[in-house]
Design a protein around this ligand. Structure first.
Ligand SMILES: C[S@@+](CC[C@H](N)C(=O)[O-])C[C@H]1O[C@@H](n2cnc3c(N)ncnc32)[C@H](O)[C@@H]1O
Length: 292
């Protein structure tokens, strides 16, 4: 069987990834994962229920080396220690969400897109829920062959990158898109709303949301418009205490920048590092049409 690194390498033609200094980045990622293991030991992962794609819930004890968390971390170390393919984000970009995860884990972490960083994100949240939403079922199958302890769902997007301007106009005129009554589940009229996600995505409150997908570099690609809009709605509709941390990659691109300014809002921008924007969005009950 091919290793995860080999499978990802073989299929990496599609990716627009140009990592600098891969050796340094691999060492850095291994360092981050070492930190995650330390964090896991510190937090303790005893009796952590695991809800995977299977509906069976399982309980593992602290000393078991067979818990999905333990296995995931071991897979992760082996993968990043042996793979020549590294995540797309730079070390400085990864550190932004790493620092928030260090403070918040175990937490609920929703990640748009499966990629070379998936094992890393899941390992950095020991005892928490890290769920991936991926557009390509083929890609999910490939990744799951070698990383079966990740949790992922496929998502069908109703958008195309080439429609990004029209979708902004729709937001101006369609009441079901307005901030004041924004909702996702079953929202047919607002095409920016991810309206048919698995129930788990709607029922959980997500502490962190990473948007590094779907694909958004050619006109027919789904673009990140719906992911950005839906992340903003999830954050605003949060009922629990605290804000939602939203990380958006590729904010240098026009569509990502405009949608970030429209839905994630400048006032919520915590920092911008490289091509990553970090937004902290508080719950909101504003009765306004606009998000910002
Ligand atoms: C811009 S990539 C983000 C990749 C990720 N952040 C990483 O570091 O690898 C987002 C999307 O590209 C697609 N993708 C990434 N790697 C792929 C591969 N090797 N083969 C096929 N599709 C891939 C997936 O659909 C994924 O959701």
């Amino acid at each position: 069987m091919l290793s995860m690194g080999e499978i990802m390498e073989k299929t990496s033609k599609k990716r627009h990834c140009n990592p600098d200094n891969r050796l340094f980045q691999s060492a850095a990622v291994i360092g981050l994962l070492g930190g995650a293991l330390f964090l896991a030991a510190y937090i303790g992962i005893s009796k952590t229920p695991f809800f995977g794609l299977s509906s069976k819930a399982r309980v593992f004890t602290r000393n078991s080396s067979n818990s999905p968390d333990d296995r995931l971390q071991l897979d992760s170390i082996l993968h990043y220690a042996t793979s020549r393919v590294v995540p797309q984000q730079t070390l400085n970009e990864i550190r932004v969400s790493f620092d928030v995860l260090k403070a918040q884990s175990p937490c609920n972490f929703l990640v748009f897109g499966l990629g070379h960083d998936s094992l890393m994100w899941a390992s950095l949240n020991p005892g928490g829920t890290t769920l991936f939403l991926e557009e390509s079922s083929d890609w999910v199958d490939k990744v799951f062959k070698v990383a079966p302890y990740l949790q992922a769902h496929t998502v069908n997007y109703r958008t195309k990158l080439s429609d990004s301007d029209d979708l902004l106009k729709l937001y101006e005129t369609e009441p079901d898109c307005f901030a004041e009554n924004s909702f996702l589940r079953g929202n047919e009229k607002c095409k920016l709303a991810l309206n048919v996600l698995p129930e788990e995505v709607y029922s959980k409150e997500w502490d962190l949301i990473m948007i590094d997908a779907p694909t958004a570099y050619f006109p027919e690609a789904p673009g990140r418009m719906a992911a950005i809009y839906s992340a903003a709605v999830m954050a605003r509709n949060r009922k629990g205490s605290g804000a939602t941390h939203v990380f958006l990659h590729d904010v240098n691109r026009k569509v990502e920048r405009v949608y970030a300014e429209t839905f994630l809002c400048r006032k919520n921008l915590v920092k911008s590092v490289g091509r990553l924007g970090h937004f902290k969005i508080p719950p909101s009950t504003d009765s306004k049409k606009h998000f910002c």
